[in-house]
Each structure stands twice: as structure tokens, then as C-alpha cells.
Design a protein around this ligand. Sequence first.
Ligand code: GLC
Length: 481
Amino acid sequence: MKKILFVASEGVPFIKTGGLADVVGSLPKCIDKEYFDVRVILPKYTCMKQEMKDKLEYVTHFYMDFNWKNEYVGVLTAEVEGIRYYFIDNEGYFGGFKPYSDNALYEIEKYSYFCKAALSILPIVGFQPDIIHCHDWQTGLIPVYLKERFHEGDFFRSIKSIMTIHNLKFQGKWNPRTVQNITGLPEYYFTSDKLEAYGDANLLKGGLVYADAITTVSNTYAEEIKTPFYGEGLDGLLRARSGDLRGIVNGIDYEEFNPETDKYIERPYNAVNFRKEKVKNKRALQKELGLCQDDKKMMIGLVSRLTDQKGLDLIAYIMDELCQDDIQLVVLGTGEERYENCFRHFDWKYSDKVSANIYYSDPLSHKIYASCDAFLMPSLFEPCGLSQLMSLRYGTVPIVRETGGLKDTVEPYNEYESRGTGFSFANYNAHEMLHTIRYAEHIYYDKKREWNKIIDRAMAVDFSWKVSAAKYQEMYDWLIG
Ligand code: GLC
């Protein structure tokens, strides 16, 4: 039995702020249990739902030398859907109302502690992985520590590591002297061939330098991050390591996202009866959100973290023009204040057309995927993107910018060959986006049969984890040898 350990800062069903949590929650379940024992380590955040905290059992606790202190490390465990989870407990670091704070230095200290604690508990819980699969900057120190202080003694010597990039934008940076103090790493780690980048110590860079393999969450993003525009300053390193870098597109949980069995939606439907049934969801949502009730109106959805990454400045720029059209727009998500307020403003200005829901809600997100005709995702960059996969699954036609995973998962509509599962545009330009939305409106209103055939094709593509989980397994096998 090969042993794989996932370490991440968030994971469904325990804690979620974004797509990372969906991947960490769903991929381990799809790895073949006959050959692999996959376990997961997460922080035990105080802000986890009580119902989840109630599932955790105390295992043990000890004190660990960290940042010139003796820090408490509590270990808890739970088994959910056949996956063994371990939690690192330290309320000093994982207290608070949200998993992440805006204090960059504090975040560095917190996740440095997490990395060291995650390794330290392994001999104690008696799990010696063949591979530690690390996710994003919060776990970047693990490959570094594996090479450094943990390599004495046999336990850690043969453990391999994989670094998966879900988002290169966040790297965990601070001045080298402070980071050296916190991490306890020797000074020679803070040079430009190791952790240092542009004068800072960079934890993700450490992970990318020391991991045995690097992956990211789509093929296109794997290529893009080797260029300066998408490389966030690390494109040179990623070019240098391109032999060890590959893209594996994310899947989604096909049980959780299934229009036939979804508990949250008004009327279940499938690829056969969507022509009649899907609109009943739209009717219910229009009523619930106080929008004009009209089966025929083209309803466009947007479920997203409201950050620059998602291309929201393009939408803000053409909102007044878009709202002259015969459409409805339903927004769900939280994030940067200027975008929250922008959508609130348009909700006020076009109250029968725009519904801004500035919070997060699983039930409402499912209703939006089920009810809308189209789904808008004009990202500036998108490592993979999961919402467009959920939209395809629900027969809600994605309108996307051709970047990262959006380019790899949405095939643009081609009216001459009757192909395609969505609409897309290439340049980060508001009017190019508006033009594409209007082209979609034209097909929706004037060529309804064509529109429905797009839905047929969208609902037929398969972005469950089946294919991608096999690719991870192949990589695990190859690394373990
Ligand atoms: C991040 C990326 C998103 C990706 C997700 C899971 O949230 O922004 O594109 O789908 O991670 O890998």
C-alpha cells in the first residue's frame, strides 16, 4: 500500500474559502483505495462549524520548539467518507473568525508553525508517507523542512514531496531575517537559488525549489506561469524546473454537484429533461430574489470570490451598457469592498434586473448553477476554475475568458460546425467581453434550438475526477518508483 499525505490550509467539508478546499476535499476520495492510503492534515480553526468540530477526536498533544518558544501542538482526528484526517490544534494560531488574516507576517508565522507541526506529528500518529502532497504557499516550507532538519533519522529520509500550485499570486513573503528567525532555517537557505526572491524570503519559492515534482491545476496555466505576465516573478524558476512541472486539470465532486439529486434546488433535472424542467428553477429563483418573473428572460449567474483575479473590473466597466439589454444578472460572493459595493450599487440602480448577494451560501450557489441560462467568468487569470465546471454540469452555459483552466475546459461555440460548450473571448477587454455576452444573447433569444444543443454538449462532457485522479496516481507511482 502506498501512503500519500495531503497537507493544506483548507478542505471541504471542514473549512472553505475557495476552490482549494473543494480540491482537497474531493481528490483524496477519488484516489484508488486498493493501492493508496491517502490521509489529510488540516489546521483546526476555531471558526470551523461546530457540527464539524464535534466530529474530531483528541489524539494527543506535545510541545514543539518553534520561533524561540515551546509551542503547544494538539492532534485531533476524524474519518469522513473513508478518508482519515488529522488536525493541528493551537488556538493562538488558528483562533479568530476567519482562517486567514490580512497580517502577512502573522500568516507567515502561522503557516510556518503549521508546516513544522504537520511533520512533527507523523512519527507520533505512526503514519510514514511515501509522498507528501503540498498545496499552495501555506505548505511551501514542508519540502524545505524535509530536506533540512527532518532528514536526520530514518523516518523522514525517503519521503518525497509534490508542490501543487492552485494560485501563484499568493506566495508568503517577508524579509529574510525575520523569516529565518521564525522558521529556524540556517542562513544559507536565504539565497536566490533557494528561498530568497527580490529581496524577500518566499515560502512558495522554497516549496518550488525543493519539491520533487511540481503540478498546477490545468495545462494552460502550467504553460502560462512560465511567462512573465502570469509568472508572478517566479516564471524563471518555473522555466528552470519545467521538466518537473505538469498541469493536471481539476475535477469536481459529481455527487455533490448533480442536478438530478441536488437537495438545494427547486426542481431536479437531467440531460434528457432540462428543456422542460430547468426553467422551473429559474422561476423559483426570480421569485426568491425579487427579480422580474419571466421564464424567457436570459439569466446570467456569477458566483465568485470578489477579487481582481476574477475580471470584475471588466464587468463594472460595462454594467450600464449590459443592463440596457434584456437580461438578468445574479451575483453571489464576498471579497474586496469596492466590488461588493459596485454590485450593491447596480442592484439598487437596476433592481428588477440585478440581484447582488454579498455573502457566501452553498444553497444559493447551487440554485444559481441550476437556474441561470449562462454563467459569466471573465477572469484575468484562472489556474483552473471550478465554477465553470459546475455550470457545465448543470447545463448553464459558461461565458469565459480564454485563460488557464477556462481555456482547457470550455470549448467555444462554433455555429458553423455545431460544436462547443460555451462562449469565450481572448483579450482582457471589457467590450470584447460585452460583445461575447451579446453574441450569447443572440443565440439564446434567436436560435433557441442551437442554444439547447450547446446545453446538450455541456451536460455531456465529463469533469468528474476520474481522469485527473488517474493522472495523480500515475505521478505518485512514478515518484515512488
Ligand atoms: C484557486 C484558483 C482556481 C482553482 C482552485 C483549485 O482557487 O484560483 O482557479 O480552480 O484554486 O485548484
